[in-house]
Design a protein. Structure first.
Length: 394
């Protein structure tokens, strides 16, 4: 009876949500927010190579994601695609190696940029990009795994699965499987998504813990379950985006496709239950919005907007989730976006980064998550903002 009542209330909330979303900013600018944010990035930085941190040039997952997002505006003007391609070409050598990338580091974050390699290879056909793609596939062939068969997040974090890593690896591998006729990777991707869910889900709330330590050796890990202590908004954002992007490539007849969609639906419902009523957004630590120090966080909220919008449009979620996504986007504009006198857009309250373990040691406590530095225009926030805006035509 309680389950039926909850379902009825969810349908009611979804159906009534988002009826009056705003299509334009208060400034009256008729350009879509996707274009405005991309233009702001490109006005501030003539290249992604030096984005925000010119002293540290890396084959970086989040900067690459920003390039991926901006590239999707290539139909508006080719300058957006060129911006991403220039970033790729800085790293990829004529021989097909990639500067600042060491496959034997076994850092799963370094796989996400390879999606851009596929994009550029399909446009140019240059063999150097194909060689660079295969370097990343080879890393995943040899990447260390837990005894349960899940990828370690990094070699330096043994026996650990993090939600972040699902996004870093599985959309690339699914696309590679489709584009290069390597269907064995679909099974690997399905296993990774479903295993991670089973190892991190909290049965009571339906939310997913940030990480799981199979060895139970980490101080942050629950000695019985191996779970990290909290539900981090961006970690769940990575996971939701991973699924909705993987499904672009997954075969309709794959035996695990329906299971993946069911996980996506269940996780979406769980997220609705911890959505902030006032702003329509989500807190840094998802289920502790009333605890002092917690804050409405930009990247997770934007990721959920993107996943809900795309999921609804693709038919994985109820169509009413499109209204929710528009409401979330309105909340981002109202509470997290400012526009200066020159029209440059800034997104605020984006967590710069959260991890577990390492040196200095990150204990995964509530205090840790809410005190990590917030960074304006961090790519982990503005990239999903652009992606959500594109899905919503905003």
């Amino acid at each position: 009876m309680r389950t039926t009542l909850f379902y009825f209330l969810m349908v009611l909330v979804l159906s009534s949500s988002g009826c009056n979303h705003q299509k334009e900013s208060s400034s009256g600018n008729n350009q879509n927010w996707s274009v405005r944010m991309a233009n702001s990035v490109m006005s501030r930085y003539d290249s992604l190579i030096n984005y925000q941190n010119p002293k540290t040039i890396k084959w970086q997952y989040d900067v690459a994601m920003l390039g991926q997002a901006i590239d999707k505006l290539g139909h508006v003007d080719s300058v957006y695609s060129q911006y991403m391609e220039d970033y790729v070409d800085f790293f990829v050598t004529d021989s097909g190696t990639v500067r600042k990338y060491n496959p034997e580091e076994y850092n799963i974050d370094r796989i996400n940029p390879a999606k851009n390699l596929i994009t550029v290879y399909k446009r140019s056909g240059s063999p150097k990009y194909r060689k660079a793609i295969e370097l990343h596939v080879e890393q995943m062939r040899n990447h260390p795994k837990t005894k349960s068969g899940g990828y370690w997040h990094k070699k330096i974090y043994p026996w650990q699965i993090w939600l972040d890593g699902v996004y870093m690896s599985t959309p690339f591998l699914a696309q590679y499987a489709r584009e290069f006729n390597a269907p064995e990777w679909f099974d690997e991707v399905a296993h990774e998504i479903l295993l991670t869910y089973n190892k991190t889900v909290d049965e009571e709330t339906g939310l997913l813990y940030h990480a799981w330590d199979e060895s139970r050796e980490q101080k942050w890990a629950d000695p019985e379950t191996g779970h990290s202590p909290h539900f981090w908004s961006r970690a769940m954002g990575w996971y939701m985006m991973a699924i909705v992007d993987v499904l672009d490539y997954f075969p309709q007849n794959h035996p695990k496709r329906d299971s993946i969609i069911t996980v996506f639906q269940s996780t979406a419902k769980a997220l609705l239950k911890v959505r902030d009523e006032e702003t329509g957004l989500w807190y840094q630590v998802l289920n502790l919005g009333d605890r002092e120090g917690n804050y409405i966080e930009g990247s997770g909220s934007a990721m959920f907007a993107y996943a809900f919008a795309k999921g609804a449009k693709k038919g994985y979620l109820d169509k009413a989730y499109l209204n929710v996504a528009n409401d979330v986007f309105d909340g981002i504009i109202e509470y997290l976006i400012t526009v200066d006198k020159n029209g440059l857009v800034t997104m605020h309250h984006i967590c710069g980064g959260c991890g577990l373990g390492g040196n200095p040691y990150r204990d995964g406590s509530f205090e840790y998550y809410v005190t990590e530095t917030q960074v304006d225009n961090d790519p982990k926030g503005i990239a999903p903002f652009i992606l959500a805006a594109i899905e919503l035509d905003r």
